[in-house]
Every structure is written in structure tokens, then in C-alpha cells.
Design a protein around this ligand. Structure first.
Ligand SMILES: Cc1ncc(COP(=O)(O)O)c(C=O)c1O
Length: 1021
């Protein structure tokens, strides 16, 4: 029990900041105290130098410095903004905004301290990329070489309109990428033969884990065995085991393509919640799994198949074997290896499970004017609503990569894809024929692209070495005398000739017009694929270019205007950084290539981890998790493993989570088998330390951890953070810090300095990786020394695997490795000197906006326990609700002003959370502020019964609405067309038009269509 005195001490600890900063005299003396202690220089004067070292004099130094390109406000702007806030120096502002014991300003050791210039960075990256050896990798295991069509590379992958957009929660300004994701779903649905598909998952391994989890929960957790075929990709097995262990599922591996396996399955079937097979198997073999499906179905449990997407264009689809779930990766549809990612995984089901499918789903609905329009359907924000009961924690997925793969299918069309697949099959079959003439033996009697070869007279090591030294080819070593190889779209005749020579010792000549063997009838797919018009139209480059351009022109991205999304940090994704995604030295490396072929990556990743350790104040980092939510899952798994090592795994199963936490926090905790206990927040938004203490003490024997977002999800540097951390530690729990808000901390404070044990970083937020329209993400997890031994290992990577490592959490050892150079170059171009200014200016931008908006709107929490917000703030719109205006009206109206809405109704319903980031310049901040002020006058008009206020309710106004609404109808609205479309003068010069009117969400969820609609469906028949 907590005594009354302790309660009052705790509550006053939370309030102490107000009284501290309320006194100006005290504020000044605190400033000099902090300055004295601080080692990082964050003064305004120094900003001038760091921002542009060449401003005063031109010297021998290079001129293409980066800080002034990345940070929006100039030193003069900064002074002007400080003046608005009543300060004269940046240091003074920081000292006032961040509690003294939190503002540590430990000098970072990121080198070079002054940052690389842009050209120096490119040179450095090219040197690193050159240290990776580009080898033709026929290693397979779920990763295949592919040709990314140049028209898609240049106009999608390398186009900021595509890569800087946000997850399409605001459908009226996202119809382009929604259409593209719907194409992805339609493609997956057509190829797998299952009607419901989602808009991508993270990778094949986690998609398999989602299938297991869906099957387990479908049986309400009563059947605890999940059966997998022995022929699954090894990394998938690892990810499955990692996930299964945490929720109490037992993985049983059986040879399901054999009689023996079927007999064993029948023996245990009563305990089984579902099963998964690989098609074709990891050894390349192809089996008819109908029997497995029948047995599983006879006990009402789910049958899942992990399938090769290219094979499905020519082989029988999983639907023909009775699969309930099909999953896999679409990597080989145009997305390079990238040393493991990012690539889009797919997941499809029968209609019966449409409401249980994990991840984001695009659906067809209609807009206010009755026009067909797309939006995210069903469980879009389910983690926020269902919390720990959510179907999965997937939030960010792989939208950009799903769009590449979808457009690869659009460009090639069904005939083109079948040609690619048939050619791959033909090459493989020719090679098998030649190998069949030797003493070596092809072990699989059927194949699509993969052969497993038992060697005769030569060891696997020898043949691998020969393949590499003589032909620059990588094969896969199965065991000492067996290798496998998987051919792909990139294989050329010369490669085939080399492979034949490698296995037969004979040189053959193959004529270019040699007809290739065709797929046997017993295996071949007979139904039509990809029949929708979109896959049968854009096959010339002109048509493709125009289609891509049409789609991107419907969407708002950072190329149009600020995207002020609280908690999402939509900052500049600099071109130099993003260029790394097209450097062959980074893109062409197979994730399981021998480590000595990836020395450039090794060097880069180890330096990146060193910098992240420095920035976070931690001791070690893993780069395996490929999304924030996946980072949460990983961090919590590490904590669980720590308790396990002390014999407390079962006992410590409670995770405290403040009610303000992001929905993925409780969802991830549940995935780790933890029981979530919510912790209250006070009226001022800070954690209720009394409630925390009570709960920590009550559950002391079972306390596993707490998950805290800092600065809090309310955008505040809560003073009670250290107290909260101490309370949890004192009761035996460890502290997980959700790093979504790290952009307010870099160089100023850090999770490690605050005393946390582990954090994840969303590099797709703080560290400048683009958001890609909903992915890719990547979330390094940084830990203190005591968690380091447990960092996840990987079957194919000895570097990351330690004796006590937990199982792999993702398919590839470094997750989406090819995006790491983006964040690496962000850190390296800013250097130790400029990084703290990123956080400082992010905070200044936010507080400047607060000051400007305060006369017009209530700003939640600011001025209560803290005088300032951190890097984001909450616009409280709840006062207007009684008069009929809701947050959504303002969010939609902002689209008419050319802006993306801020984060809506998170973390507080009825509010908008605004995060401008440091990258926006003063003029853009002012434009946004001016828009909100104008909207305030529209709110007043509505409240006062002035018809012109209806402009909010009808927002956003699409071009069709403005141009084509008949005059009489328009006149009834009470505002002009010009007021609708051009509420401020500058919009006439620069406006991003919503392409549809406000979406009808309910209609879409009730009339679920999640593949490209037919003409009849569009017509509403
Ligand atoms: C506070 C917070 N935590 C976790 C996440 C999850 O990150 P991701 O979307 O990369 O899975 C988010 C994402 O928006 C977030 O805002």
C-alpha cells in the first residue's frame, strides 16, 4: 500500500516542473546551470555555424553541406520564432521545455562530427557498396533474382510522390496508391485463387507466423499444436518457433508429403489448430497436399500454404488443394534482394476469414456524391480499438514494395508473367536433364525453379567454391554432399551453359531458339489468371508511364506539402539518402550470401549500430525487426528471455501499459504472451505515478515490464519519467521505451540515459527513411548490456547469432537491410554537431505553431505540467462537438487547403495531433497555421448558423464536385465554388486536389469488395 504522504509526493513530483519554469528568475539560473554541465552545444550562435559553416567565409571546405538542406528554419528564422515564444536563445528554450533531469545533452560521438557533405556521402556510400560482391545468387530459400522494369524503378521506386506518402488513412488524397494496393490484392487473390487478400505483410516468415496465430485463435486457443511440413524454408521455421513459444503453441514438424507424415498427422489431429506446407517445398519438390487439407478440415482447423508467387502463374493454385490461407513473398515480382528486404509479403484467405485477416486491407466504397472510391477497410485501426485483443500488431507493412510488385504484374500482364515463369521452368528442366546424365542425382522428381542435387565424387564445399570462382555463381549448401539451386528471371543462356558445365564438366552450345520444355499437365494451372482489365492494358512503356503518373497525381505526398502527422515524423527523405535504394552494391546481395561477400554491409551496419548505441545511450543493437510493431515484439521477447534466464519466465507475465499508448503496444505484448495491465494518465496527460506505483507493487511478483512512449504520446516531456522507470525497476520489471518519439530526444536526452532497458527506433520516422505510403519500415532495437546476449539469432548468419540468442523474429538477419543506408547517411550527413539541432528545431517548430494557434484553439495539456510541448501537440476540438463540428470535419477541410490531416483522434478522441518536424520551413508552418485559423472562422460560421459553415461538412471538395455540380444545387450550399476550392489565395498557384469526395466508410465495410471491382460492381448492381 502507498501511504498518503507518498501519494502526495508522487503527484507533486509530476507537477514540480510547472513551478520551476513559472519563475523567470529561476529559469535563468537553471539555464546557466545546465549550460555549465552540458557538453553538446545547442546555442543559437552555434546553430548558425552548424547550419551553414560556409555562411561567413568561403574556404577550401566543400560547399554542399547537408544540415541547411535538412533543417527548414534558417538561423534568422530560429531567432524570430524564439522571439515569438519569448526567448532569445535556443538553449534557453530547451532548458525551459525539457525537465532539467531529462535534458542531458551528452555529446554524441557520431563521426564525422561536422557531417559529410552530400558529395562526400555519395563517395563514401559507393565505396561501401563496392565492398559488397555482386554474385549471381541461385541460393533460393524464398529469395529470387528479378528484373525491376526501368519504368517502374524511375517512376515509382525513385519517385518522391510514391515514396514520401503516408499510409492512406485519408482516402480522398490517396486514391492512386489505394488503387495500386487494390491491384496488389487482386493480383494475390487471382494467383492464389482465394478471394480475400491484404495489402501486404512484412515478409514470408512473419506472414507464416500470422497464419499460425490466426489458426490458433480461430480455435480459441484450445488446440495448441501447429503442424508444419518438414519442407519449409528454414528461416520461416525459426520465425514460427519464435512466435509460437510466446503464445504457448507447440510447433510439430512432419513430412506431410509422405504416407508416414499423414499417419502421424492423423495421430495428433485432435490437438492440432492448423497446418502449413510450402509449395514448391524448400528443396524444390512439388506435392499434392489435398489430403493434408482434408484431414485438417475434418477437424475444422485451417490449412495454410506458403507459395512461390511466380510459380502460381503456371502451377495449380492453393485454392485447388483446399487451402484456407495462402501466403508468401512477392519479392521476385520486381523487387531486388536488398540483402533481405524490404519486400512485400502477401496473405490471402477464403471469405470466411475476411474479418480475421491481419494487416491493412483496401476496400471499394463510395464517396459522398455516390462515386466509387477506395479506402482502407475493416480492421484498419484495429490495434487502437481492440488493443491486446487485436488480430495482430501489424501497422506499417510494405506498401511501396507491394506497389512495385503490383505494377510489375500490371506491366507484364498474365501472358508476360507466364512467359517469365515458363522460361524459368524450362531452364531448370534443361539443367535437370543434363545433371541427370551424370553421376549426380536430382533428388526432387518434380520442380518449378529449384533442384536439390546429391553430388557424386565432389563435396558441396568444392562445388560451391568452383561455382563462385569460375562462374561468379552462388549455390546453396544443403549438407556436405548436397547442394540446391533456384533459377530465376535473371538467368541467361550463358548462366545455364555455366551451370551445365559445373555439374557435367561438359561445355554445351545452346541455340537461342531452342524450345524449352513445358510444364507437365499434372502440375499446370488451367484457369485464367489476372483477367481484370488493369493487368491487360498497360504493357507498352508509354502506357505504363502514364498509368503510374495518373496514380501518383491523385495523391498527396511530401512533394506537395507538409504532412503534419503526430507520432509519425514525416520529415525530409533526402534524395542522397534515398538514392542508396538503387545502388546495385546494396540491392543485388542475397540475404543468405556468404558474409565475406557482404563486407560493405557488415561495415555499414556495424557503424550504424555504433551510432544508434551512442544516440540511444544503449550498449547493443539488432537490425532484424522490420517495423516498429515488430521492434516492440522483439524488445518484449528479449525482456521475457531475460526473465527466463533467471527462472522467472512463467511468473513474470504482466506488462504495464499507460492508457495513452499506441495500440501496437498492447497488441505486441499480447503476442508475447503477456497480460496487459493499463496504467492511468492524469488530466494533464502525464502518467499517473500513483496508479503506476500501486499496480507495480500489486503485481511485483509477476511484473515483466512497462512500455512507455517518451516524450509521451501526448507530446510531453513528462517530468515523472525517471520516477516511473525507477518504480518499475524496484518491482522487478524492465522498461521498454517505444521510440516513436525519438525525434525529440536525439542529442538532448536518450532512453539509455533515462534508465530504460530497451527501445525500438522507427527509422521510417526519426531517421529519415521514407514512409512509402505505409512501408517499408525498419526498427532497430537497442538494449542495455543485460539484454545483449539474447538479441535474435539467424540460421544463416553467424555474425548475429550468439549462444543465448532468441529465435529469428524476421526472415532476414538484418530485416530490410537495404534501407539501412538511408538512415546511415542521414546520421552521417548531420554528424554529432547537427543532430541535436534536429530535435531542438523540431520542438521549436511545434511550439511556434502552438503559440500561433493558441488564440484560436485549445491546445491539450500544454501549460499544465509542462510549459511547452515536445515535438508535437494536440489540437483539442472536442469543445465544438456539441455544436456539430467534429475532428473529421477539420481534417477533411484541411485537404481543401492542400494539406494532409494531422493524426486524428489519437491518442485522444476528438483531437488532431500535429507534428511539423524540423524539415518544414517557416513559410510552410505559417501556411498551415493560416489555414487552421481560416478554418476556425468557418467553424464559427457553422456554429452561428451561417450556411457558409457547411463548407466544413462537405469537405473535401473534389474537382468534380466544384466543376460539375449544377448551379442550382451549388447555390443551396451557402458558399461559393471559389470558397470551396481556394479558401486562401496561394492555393490558386499550388493546390493538390482531392480526387473524390468524403468517403462513406460504413457502406464499404457493409458491402465488402477487396479486389478490383468489375464494371457491374462499380455500377452498384
Ligand atoms: C507510438 C508508436 N508506437 C509504435 C508504432 C508502430 O510502428 P510501425 O507502424 O512501424 O509498426 C507507431 C506507429 O505509428 C507509433 O506511433
Amino acid at each position: 500500500m502507498i501511504s498518503a504522504t507518498t501519494k502526495s509526493l508522487l503527484r507533486s513530483a509530476a507537477r514540480v516542473r510547472v513551478s520551476t519554469v513559472a519563475s523567470t528568475a529561476l529559469k535563468c539560473s537553471t539555464t546557466s546551470f545546465i549550460r555549465h554541465l552540458a557538453t553538446a552545444n545547442t546555442s543559437s550562435t552555434n546553430y548558425g555555424h552548424v547550419y551553414n559553416p560556409n555562411a561567413q567565409k568561403v574556404s577550401l571546405a566543400n560547399l554542399d553541406t547537408f544540415a541547411r538542406r535538412h533543417i527548414g528554419p534558417t538561423p534568422a528564422n530560429v531567432q524570430e520564432m524564439l522571439k515569438t515564444l519569448g526567448y532569445s536563445d535556443l538553449d534557453e528554450f530547451l532548458t525551459s521545455a525539457i525537465p532539467n533531469h531529462v535534458l542531458i545533452k551528452r555529446k554524441l560521438s557520431v563521426s564525422p562530427a561536422q557531417g559529410y557533405t552530400e558529395s562526400e556521402m555519395i563517395e563514401h556510400l559507393q565505396k561501401l557498396a563496392a565492398k559488397n560482391k555482386i554474385v549471381k545468387s541461385f541460393i533460393g530459400k524464398g529469395y529470387a533474382g528479378t528484373k525491376l522494369p526501368a519504368v517502374i524503378q524511375r517512376n515509382l521506386l525513385e519517385s518522391p510522390e510514391w515514396y514520401t506518402s503516408y499510409t492512406p488513412y485519408q482516402p480522398e488524397i490517396s486514391q492512386g496508391r489505394l488503387e495500386s494496393l487494390l491491384n496488389f490484392q487482386t493480383m494475390v487473390s487471382s494467383l492464389t485463387g482465394l478471394p480475400m487478400a491484404n495489402a501486404s505483410l512484412l515478409d514470408e516468415g512473419t506472414a507464416a507466423a500470422e497464419a499460425m496465430s490466426l489458426s490458433f485463435h480461430n480455435m480459441k486457443g484450445k488446440k495448441k499444436v501447429y503442424v508444419i511440413d518438414t519442407n519449409l524454408h528454414p528461416q520461416t521455421v525459426n520465425v514460427l518457433k519464435s512466435r509460437a513459444g510466446n503464445i504457448g503453441v507447440e510447433i510439430v514438424e512432419l513430412p506431410l508429403s509422405t504416407e508416414e507424415g499423414i499417419t502421424e498427422l492423423n495421430k495428433i489431429i485432435k490437438t492440432v489448430c492448423g497446418g502449413l506446407v510450402q509449395y514448391p517445398g524448400t528443396d524444390g519438390s512439388i506435392h499434392n497436399f489435398t489430403k493434408v487439407g482434408e484431414i485438417l478440415h475434418s477437424h475444422k482447423v485451417l490449412f495454410a500454404m506458403a507459395c512461390d508467387i511466380l510459380a502460381l502463374t503456371v502451377l495449380k493454385p492453393p485454392s485447388e488443394f483446399g487451402a484456407d490461407i495462402a501466403l508468401g513473398t512477392t519479392q521476385r515480382f520486381g523487387v531486388p534482394f536488398g540483402y533481405g528486404g524490404p519486400h512485400a509479403a502477401y496473405f490471402s484467405t477464403t471469405m470466411k476469414y475476411s474479418r480475421k485477416i491481419p494487416g491493412r486491407i483496401v476496400g471499394v466504397s463510395k464517396d459522398r456524391l455516390g462515386q466509387p472510391a477506395l479506402r482502407l477497410a475493416l480492421q484498419t485501426r484495429e490495434q487502437h480499438i481492440k488493443r491486446e485483443k487485436a488480430t495482430s500488431n501489424i501497422c506499417t507493412a510494405q506498401a511501396l514494395l507491394a506497389n512495385i510488385s503490383a505494377n510489375y504484374a500490371v506491366y507484364h500482364g498474365p501472358a508476360g508473367l507466364k512467359n517469365i515463369a515458363s522460361r524459368v521452368y524450362g531452364f531448370t528442366t534443361l539443367l535437370a536433364k543434363y545433371i541427370g546424365q551424370t553421376e549426380h542425382q536430382v533428388l526432387n522428381d518434380k520442380w518449378f525453379d529449384t533442384l536439390t542435387v546429391k553430388l557424386s565424387g565432389v563435396s558441396a564445399d568444392d562445388i560451391l567454391a568452383q561455382a563462385l570462382s569460375k562462374y561468379n555463381i552462388n549455390l546453396f549448401k544443403v549438407d556436405e554432399s548436397t547442394v540446391s539451386l533456384s533459377l530465376d528471371e535473371t538467368v541467361e543462356t550463358a548462366d545455364l551453359v555455366n551451370l551445365i558445365e559445373l555439374f557435367t564438366g561438359k561445355q554445351v552450345t545452346l541455340e537461342a531458339d531452342t524450345e524449352l520444355p513445358t510444364i507437365p499437365e499434372e502440375l499446370i494451372r488451367t484457369d485464367e489468371i489476372l483477367t481484370h482489365e488493369v493487368f491487360n492494358t498497360h504493357h507498352s512503356e508509354t502506357a505504363m508511364l502514364r498509368y503510374l503518373h495518373l496514380l501518383q497525381s491523385k495523391d498527396l505526398s511530401l512533394a506537395n506539402s507538409m504532412i503534419p502527422l503526430g507520432s509519425c515524423t514525416m520529415k525530409l527523405n533526402a534524395t542522397v539518402e534515398m538514392q542508396t535504394l538503387s545502388m546495385p552494391g546494396f540491392t543485388q546481395i542475397h540475404p543468405f550470401a556468404p558474409i565475406d561477400q557482404a563486407q560493405g554491409y557488415k561495415e555499414l551496419i556495424s557503424e550504424f549500430e555504433k551510432d544508434l548505441n551512442d544516440i540511444t545511450g544503449f550498449d547493443a543493437t539488432t537490425n532484424m525487426p522490420n517495423s516498429g510493431a515488430q521492434g516492440e515484439y522483439t524488445g518484449l521477447s528479449l525482456i521475457r528471455e531475460y526473465h527466463k534466464s533467471r527462472g522467472e519466465y512463467e511468473a513474470r507475465n504482466i506488462c504495464l501499459i499507460p492508457v495513452s499508448a499506441h495500440g501496437t503496444n498492447p497488441a505486441s505484448a499480447a503476442m508475447c504472451g503477456l497480460k496487459v495491465v493499463p496504467v492511468k494518465c492524469l488530466d494533464d496527460g502525464s502518467i499517473d505515478l500513483v496508479d503506476l506505483q500501486e499496480k507495480a507493487e500489486l503485481h511485483a511478483a509477476n511484473l515483466c515490464s512497462i512500455m512507455i512512449t517518451y516524450p509521451s504520446t501526448y507530446g510531453l516531456f513528462e517530468p515523472g519519467i525517471k520516477k516511473a522507470i525507477d518504480l518499475v525497476h524496484a518491482n522487478g520489471g524492465l522498461v521498454y521505451l517505444d521510440g516513436a518519439n525519438m525525434n525529440a530526444q536525439v542529442g538532448l536526452t536518450s532512453p539509455g540515459d533515462l534508465g530504460a532497458d530497451v527501445c525500438h527506433l522507427n527509422i521510417h520516422k526519426t531517421f529519415a527513411l521514407s514512409h512509402g505510403g505505409g512501408g517499408p519500415g525498419q526498427a532497430p532495437v537497442c538494449v542495455k548490456e543485460h539484454l545483449k546476449p539474447f538479441l535474435p539469432g539467424h540460421t544463416f548468419n553467424a555474425d548475429v547469432t550468439k549462444p543465448d540468442s532468441i529465435q529469428a523474429v524476421n526472415s532476414a538477419p538484418y530485416g530490410s537491410a537495404s534501407v539501412i543506408p538511408v538512415s546511415y547517411s542521414y546520421i552521417k550527413m548531420l554528424g554529432a554537431n547537427a543532430l541535436p539541432y534536429v530535435s531542438a528545431v523540431a520542438m521549436l517548430n511545434a511550439n511556434y505553431m502552438v503559440k500561433k494557434l493558441q488564440p484560436y484553439y485549445s491546445i491539450l495539456f500544454v501549460g499544465k505540467s509542462t510549459p511547452h510541448c515536445a515535438h508535437e501537440f494536440i489540437l483539442d476540438l472536442r469543445e465544438f462537438k456539441a455544436q456539430g463540428i467534429e475532428a473529421i470535419d477539420i481534417a477533411k477541410r484541411l485537404q481543401d487547403y492542400g494539406f494532409h490531416a494531422p493524426t486524428m483522434s489519437f491518442p485522444v478522441a476528438g483531437t488532431l495531433m500535429i507534428e511539423p518536424t524540423e524539415s518544414e520551413n517557416l513559410a510552410e508552418l505559417d501556411r498551415f497555421v493560416e489555414s487552421l485559423i481560416k478554418i476556425r472562422s468557418e467553424i464559427d460560421a457553422y456554429i452561428n448558423g451561417d450556411k457558409s459553415g457547411m463548407v466544413l461538412k462537405n469537405a473535401p471538395h473534389s474537382m468534380q464536385d466544384v466543376v460539375a455540380t449544377p448551379q442550382e444545387e451549388w447555390e443551396a450550399r451557402g458558399y461559393t465554388r471559389e470558397q470551396a476550392a481556394y479558401p486562401l489565395p496561394w492555393l490558386k498557384n499550388n493546390k493538390c486536389w482531392p480526387t473524390v469526395s468524403r468517403l462513406d466508410d460504413t457502406y464499404g465495410d457493409m458491402n465488402l469488395i477487396c479486389t478490383c471491382p468489375t464494371v457491374e460492381e462499380i455500377a452498384g448492381e
